[in-house]
Design a protein around this ligand. Structure first.
Ligand SMILES: NC(=O)c1ccc[n+]([C@@H]2O[C@H](COP(=O)([O-])OP(=O)(O)OC[C@H]3O[C@@H](n4cnc5c(N)ncnc54)[C@H](OP(=O)(O)O)[C@@H]3O)[C@@H](O)[C@H]2O)c1
Length: 251
């Protein structure tokens, strides 16, 4: 992916990784459109980054995605980068007498269905450009699940496999497929404690390393892997899978 001169849509651009990535890409002379539900945050982020555009979107709403994609195609026919980054992470307890299936279903909708729907809706626009990038944010937990978050971990494993398959299908087209695989990063994903958890990677350090990787083009097999996520990414290969599964399960 060229690091400047793109028109980029980032979902989940109102906070955390999406917001920080949007700001880093905005600073490198890209036209950046952020999407999210919270209008106040869209306004705040775009006001702080003149030229950035904010569009309201609830990715859980199938009808909204279609309308939204049509609007993006009309307003930004030059769109050449889609970053599917919006996501939720909620704990589930399968030892409980009654498992809360609603949590699993909500996670599947936000983390999987929305990505598939928005990608399908905007791929024609990406394919129409000389050079385009489709990206999604997965997680190190795609490779070693965290027991407290079964469906979340599963959605990220799904996205990893889905991206690999889509990348293969698109291998002879102008659309490059990238996977951003964060480690545990200081954001509000699971609540405000995460943003201050010293065990999590500081957000600015994560984004700095991601931008260095993008600038260097060091994305073997389309994966953007910062150093901190490599133990999870390669756990199976390194023989540390069981140990990490147990360690994550005990947290
Ligand atoms: N932080 C980590 O440790 C970590 C690790 C691995 C992977 N990730 C992944 O990184 C991505 C970003 O997470 P984050 O850590 O930056 O957490 P975050 O600060 O909570 O960001 C989540 C973003 O997703 C958006 N979102 C959630 N539900 C949405 C919906 N229904 N419609 C539209 N937007 C929605 C939120 O925007 P609105 O609320 O404004 O809609 C928000 O901008 C997620 O996919 C997450 O799974 C994070």
């Amino acid at each position: 992916m060229n690091i400047t001169g793109n028109t980029i849509l980032i979902t989940g651009g109102t906070s955390g990784i999406g917001k920080a990535l949007a700001e880093a890409l905005h600073a490198r002379q890209n036209k950046v459109i952020i999407a999210g539900r919270r209008q106040q945050l869209l306004d705040q982020v775009t006001a702080a980054n003149p030229g950035m555009i904010g569009l309201q979107l609830d990715v859980d709403d199938k009808g909204s995605i279609e309308q939204f994609a049509a609007q993006v195609q009309r307003q930004f026919p030059e769109l050449n980068v889609l970053i599917n980054n919006a996501g939720i992470m909620r704990a589930e307890d399968y030892t409980a007498e009654k498992v809360d299936v609603a949590t699993a279903e909500a996670t599947l909708t936000t983390n999987i269905s929305s990505v598939v729907r928005l990608t399908a809706a905007l791929l024609p626009t990406l394919k129409a450009q000389p050079k385009a990038t489709l990206m999604a944010t997965t997680s190190g937990l795609a490779h070693v699940p965290m027991a407290a978050f079964p469906t979340y971990s599963g959605t990220k494993a799904f996205l990893h496999a889905w991206l690999e398959a889509v990348r293969f299908q698109l291998r002879n087209t102008n659309v490059e497929v990238l996977e951003l695989t964060p480690p545990y990063v200081q954001t509000d994903l699971t609540g405000s404690h995460q943003a201050n958890d010293p065990r999590a990677m500081p957000l600015d350090e994560f984004i700095t390393e991601v931008m260095q990787i993008l600038e260097s083009g060091n994305t073997p097999k389309g994966e953007i892997l910062v150093e901190r996520v490599k133990p999870l990414r390669w756990a199976e290969k390194n023989g540390s899978y069981e140990q990490l599964l147990t360690a994550l399960g005990s947290q």
